[in-house]
Design a protein around this ligand. Structure first.
Ligand SMILES: [Fe+2]
Ligand SMILES: [Fe+2]
Ligand SMILES: [Fe+2]
Length: 412
C-alpha cells in the first residue's frame, strides 16, 4: 500500500474510539458522549430530521467533547450548567476537526455547542449548524442534570430536569428544540435507555451501522495525530510524546528497510500507543516524583485501555496490537498481556524501543530529559535483561544522533 492506497474503515467505529478515549478522562463516567449522541438523535427524529441528519447527530454527540483532555476541564463540564471557560474545549475541538475532511462537518457545531441560542442565532452560522450545535448543548445539559440519577430514580428526577431545561427556553435553547424535548421526554423509555447497560448496547448496535469510508493512509495518520494530540495535551510532561514516539518508530522502521506501508502503520501505532493514558488521573501522570505501588498499579493499566479503544475498529487490528504491546517485554516481564516472544512482531518491538527512547529524552515531572549516553546505557540494560530486542536497539545506536534529534522533536 502506498500513500495513495485506501483503507476501508468504518468511520463510526473510529468516532466511537475517539469518544471512548475522551470519556476515559472522567474515569467514573464513561458514557457521556454516547448519551449526548442518543439524546440529540432522538430529538432530531422528533424534529423531523432526515435519517442522515439523525446519524450525524449521534456522531456529533460522540465527538462533541473531543477538546477535553484534563480532569479539571471534565469536572467543570460535569458540575456546572454554564461556566466562563466553556468555550475553550469548544475551540480546541473545532481546531482538531476542521481540517480533517472525513470529520470536518462536525467542527462548526462543536465550536458552538455551549453558545446560548439567543446569541447563536445572531451569528453568521448556517441554520442547520446552529440547530445541530444547540441540540448538542441541550442534550449535554440534560445529561449533566440526569447523571446522578441513572440506574436509580431517573423517572422521578426527570420532572425537575424538564423544569430546569424549560427555564432556559428561548435564552440558552431554541424554543423549537425545547418543544421537541417535551414530546420526547414523556416516554419513560427515553430516560431508561440512558442507563449504562442500555446505552452501551445501543452504541454497539450503532457501531454495526454500515458507514464505511475509504480513507487514505495519510488521512489515517492525520486522524491518529488528532487522537495523539488529545492524549499529549493531558500533561505538559507528555506533550509531543506520542508524536515523538511515532516519528522515531517510523525512522527506525524505515532505516531498517521495512516497506513504506509498514513504516506508516508503525507510525500510526506510535501515535496511538498511549491513548489509554487518558484513563490515568492527572495527579499520577504529573506527580513530581517516582510513583508508589498503588499509583504504579493504576498507571500500568493504560496500555490495556489503549487496546480496548482500538480493537473495535475493523481494519486496524494489527495496529491495535503493536500499540497495546508497547510495555511488553521479550522476557515476558512487561504488561499487561505477557505475550510469547514470537508473538511480539518486529513492528511492536520497534514501537517499544521508540517509546522508551523518547520517554528518556523527554523531561519528566521528577527528572530532566537524559543525554544520549545515558539513554544508550539504559537501552543496553534493557537488552541485557531481555526486555528489548537487541537488533533494534543496536540499529538505533548506529543512528543514535538522528534518533536523539527525532526524540527531542528538533528534527522533522
Ligand atoms: Fe459534553
Ligand atoms: Fe505507555
Ligand atoms: Fe508512551
Amino acid at each position: 500500500m502506498t500513500q495513495c492506497s485506501k483503507l476501508d474503515v468504518n468511520l463510526r467505529q473510529m468516532i466511537i474510539a475517539i469518544e471512548t478515549a475522551v470519556s476515559l478522562v472522567g474515569m467514573n463516567d464513561t458514557n457521556h458522549g454516547k448519551r449526548v449522541g442518543y439524546i440529540a438523535s432522538q430529538l432530531g427524529q422528533q424534529l423531523g430530521f432526515s435519517d442522515e441528519e439523525i446519524q450525524f447527530l449521534f456522531d456529533l454527540g460522540l465527538l462533541h467533547d473531543c477538546g477535553v483532555s484534563t480532569e479539571q476541564m471534565h469536572a467543570h463540564i460535569v458540575n456546572h450548567f454554564d461556566w466562563c471557560d466553556a468555550h475553550i474545549h469548544c475551540e480546541i475541538g473545532y481546531r482538531l476537526l476542521k481540517d480533517f475532511e472525513p470529520l470536518c462537518a462536525f467542527a462548526v457545531p462543536i465550536l458552538y455547542h455551549h453558545t446560548p441560542w439567543e446569541k447563536l442565532n445572531k451569528l453568521n452560522v448556517s441554520m442547520l449548524d446552529a440547530r445541530m450545535a444547540n441540540l448538542i448543548f441541550l442534550a449535554d445539559r440534560i445529561d449533566v442534570l440526569a447523571a446522578t440519577h441513572y440506574e436509580s430514580d431517573i423517572l422521578f428526577a426527570k420532572e425537575e430536569i424538564v423544569k430546569s431545561i424549560t427555564h432556559y427556553k428561548g435564552t440558552y435553547f431554541d424554543p423549537k428544540i425545547v418543544h421537541a424535548f417535551h414530546q420526547v421526554e414523556r416516554s419513560e423509555a427515553f430516560w431508561i435507555a440512558l442507563e449504562s447497560r442500555h446505552i452501551t448496547r445501543y452504541t454497539w448496535d450503532m457501531s454495526q451501522f454500515k458507514n464505511n469510508r475509504l480513507i487514505s493512509l495519510a488521512q489515517l495518520k492525520q486522524l491518529s495525530s488528532i487522537m495523539a494530540y488529545i492524549v499529549d495535551q493531558k500533561s505538559p510532561f507528555t506533550a509531543q510524546h506520542s508524536q515523538g514516539v511515532a516519528s522515531l518508530a517510523h525512522y527506525i522502521a524505515s532505516s531498517l528497510g521495512l516497506l513504506d506501508e509498514q513504516c506508516d502503520k508503525i507510525e500510526v501505532a506510535g501515535l496511538l500507543h498511549d491513548l489509554g493514558k487518558l484513563h490515568v488521573p492527572d495527579n499520577i501522570l504529573g506527580k513530581p516524583g517516582p510513583l508508589n505501588e498503588i499509583e504504579r498499579a493504576i498507571m500500568n493499566q493504560h496500555s490495556y485501555e489503549t487496546y480496548e479503544i482500538l480493537r473495535h475498529i475493523n481494519g486496524l487490528e494489527d495496529i491495535a496490537c503493536w500499540a497495546a504491546f508497547h510495555h511488553e517485554g521479550l522476557n515476558g516481564l512487561g504488561y499487561p498481556f505477557h505475550p510469547q516472544k514470537q508473538e511480539l512482531s518486529v513492528e511492536a518491538r520497534i514501537v517499544a524501543v521508540a517509546d522508551i527512547f523518547q520517554a528518556l529524552v523527554q523531561d519528566r515531572p521528577y527528572r530532566k530529559g537524559m543525554q544520549l549516553d545515558e539513554v544508550i546505557d539504559i537501552l543496553d540494560g534493557f537488552v541485557k535483561s531481555g526486555k528489548l530486542d537487541g537488533d533494534i536497539v543496536k540499529h538505533a545506536k548506529q543512528h543514535a544522533a538522528v534518533c536523539f534529534e527525532i526524540a527531542q522533536g528538533s528534527r522533522k
